[in-house]
Design a protein around this ligand. Structure first.
Ligand SMILES: Cc1cc2nc3c(=O)[nH]c(=O)nc-3n(C[C@H](O)[C@H](O)[C@H](O)COP(=O)(O)OP(=O)(O)OC[C@H]3O[C@@H](n4cnc5c(N)ncnc54)[C@H](O)[C@@H]3O)c2cc1C
Length: 471
């Protein structure tokens, strides 16, 4: 039996960050991971490979508009080499997973290769790999993450009816692809494949694209997708999907009651992810579950003493828990610090930034206009379009805007929502503003360098007070 202070199960962005923080604080740590590499969904199947593909799509966009940039491409025109695209993406992924291995060595964390199950009283049994028994003197952190899930009536065959796990590895650009779901994963793949040359059809059950975003962002994205030739059906219930030869026939029913069969080479099911607890023996140790998620308190303690849980596998019981890499890492740090005996503060989930790397990009943090109204604030908003900004014109990226949601009484900023160039970077300023409980006036008085995309944030603040300079 090998003894550690902390045993982490799962080496995703939750687990590996928790392990490093615990080791930094002087604890002896082991991490059990069943995959061949460290990094979990984010590094191997999620954030990193998708954003690498999106960078390829962006490079292709520049090349496709070469004339506008004054660049001529002689010869037989533009051709995308998917094998090269995949090879570059794989190099990026493996560089980063090896980086985590290096950090484990640096912090003297033992990586135990295998699948773990809980045996009670601090015990963990590793099987299907380096079989052994471990004991956590202080705490076990369960960070087993999530996996793609489908909707009733749709059977994922991983060949034609696929998930993001298969979509990131396609070595040929599909002639056509239907995408079920318009959350971050759905719209990111829509942007990738449309730019690569596919006919893309999105089917979204709810009345608007990216339904968790501010409604104005959804409208802008729909407009931009239309211009790019992406077909998006909202209020569309997918009722069936059948593979016939090389095609998937997708049955859809629309809000007005009409039905349609959409034929595409692939159906990508992007309807969200469910928790991974199979084989962990959660029942044996008596862990409380809610819809399959592990229930935790604000310091990530489960109902069983000595077992914590973080990341995509948890529920906090109240609002839906954001399944995001940076959320899992932040939770890992809080859990590790609490286990090491530091005083910790609960995470404010209203201040979690969300980024969607579709074209145009979306970055948002805090309350949407509707949420602010529902919470009873006296709301006022200000919006500034990228279209009039010098830097956006230079980049040839003029779609979108920054919208600030604030309240009248204290002038407090409640949320910042943006769609347009570099929004996934600009959201960092917005997140800090919320963290510091900034007023609109403070954002106005913050000097934004010229010419930058960030000027749109300052101008949107001016717009809240009805005084945007360049509008
Ligand atoms: C296509 C896609 C794109 C995404 N893009 C973004 C993005 O841009 N930004 C963002 O913030 N988030 C993004 N996400 C979400 C992000 O990847 C997850 O929120 C994050 O990976 C969750 O981290 P985690 O540590 O909780 O779990 P995971 O990363 O899922 O890690 C869990 C690990 O536990 C291991 N494991 C499970 N059970 C056991 C067991 N019994 N024994 C041993 N090991 C086990 C698994 O093999 C896995 O490695 C994306 C997700 C997808 C699918």
């Amino acid at each position: 039996m090998n003894e550690y202070d902390v045993v982490v199960i799962g080496a995703g962005t939750g687990g590996y960050v928790a392990a490093i923080r615990a080791a930094q604080l002087g604890l002896k740590v082991a991490v059990v991971e069943k995959q061949k590499t460290l990094g979990g969904t984010c590094l191997v199947w999620g954030c990193i490979p998708t954003k690498a593909l999106l960078e390829h799509a962006h490079a292709l966009k520049i090349v496709q508009n070469a004339k506008e940039w004054g660049v001529s491409i002689p010869g037989d025109g533009i051709r995308l080499d998917m094998l090269q695209v995949q090879a570059r993406k794989d190099r990026i992924v493996s560089g980063l997973t090896k980086g985590v291995e290096f950090l484990f060595k640096k912090n003297k964390i033992d990586w135990i290769k295998g699948t773990a199950r809980l045996t009670g009283n601090g015990g963990v049994e590793v099987f299907e790999g380096d079989a052994q028994r471990l004991r956590a003197r202080k705490e076990i952190i369960v960070a087993t993450g999530s996996a793609p899930r489908s909707v009733p009536g749709i059977r994922i065959d991983r060949k034609r009816i696929i998930t993001s796990d298969e979509a990131i590895g396609l070595r040929v650009v599909p002639k056509s692809i239907a995408i079920l779901g318009s959350g971050a994963v759905g719209v990111e793949f829509a942007s990738i494949f449309r730019r690569f040359g596919s006919e893309v059809t999105i089917l979204e059950l709810l009345p608007r694209l990216v339904p968790v975003e501010d409604a104005a962002v959804s409208v802008e994205l729909a407009k931009s997708f239309r211009k790019q030739g992406i077909t998006a059906h909202t209020g569309a219930r997918v009722t069936s999907a059948a593979v016939t030869g090389e095609l998937v026939e997708v049955g859809a029913q629309f809000a007005d009651g009409s039905t349609q069969t959409i034929r595409a080479e692939y159906l990508l099911v992007a309807t969200g992810r469910g928790p991974v607890t199979d084989g962990l023996d959660v029942d044996r140790v008596g862990l409380d579950l809610e819809k399959g998620y592990l229930k935790v308190d604000a310091q990530y303690r489960t109902n069983v003493a000595g077992i914590s849980a973080i990341g995509d596998v948890i529920t906090l019981g109240s609002a839906p828990h954001p399944q995001l890499a940076h959320v899992s890492s932040a939770e890992g740090i809080v859990a590790a610090e609490r286990i090491a005996g530091l005083e910790v503060r609960p995470i404010n989930y209203d201040h979690v930034p969300g980024c969607t790397y579709c074209d145009p990009e979306i970055g948002s943090v805090g309350l949407t206009e509707q949420e602010a109204q529902e919470r009873g604030y006296d709301v006022r908003v200000g919006t500034f379009p990228f279209g009039v900004l010098g830097r956006a014109k230079m980049a040839g990226e003029t779609d979108g805007f920054v919208k600030i949601v604030a309240e009248k009484k204290y002038d407090e900023v409640l949320g910042i929502h943006m769609i347009g160039p570099r929004s996934t970077e600009l959201v960092a300023e917005a997140t800090l503003a919320l963290r510091l409980e900034s007023t609109v006036e403070e954002l106005i008085r913050t000097i934004h360098a010229h010419p930058t995309m960030a000027e749109a944030v300052g101008e949107a603040a001016h717009a809240v007070h009805g005084a945007a300079i360049h509008l």
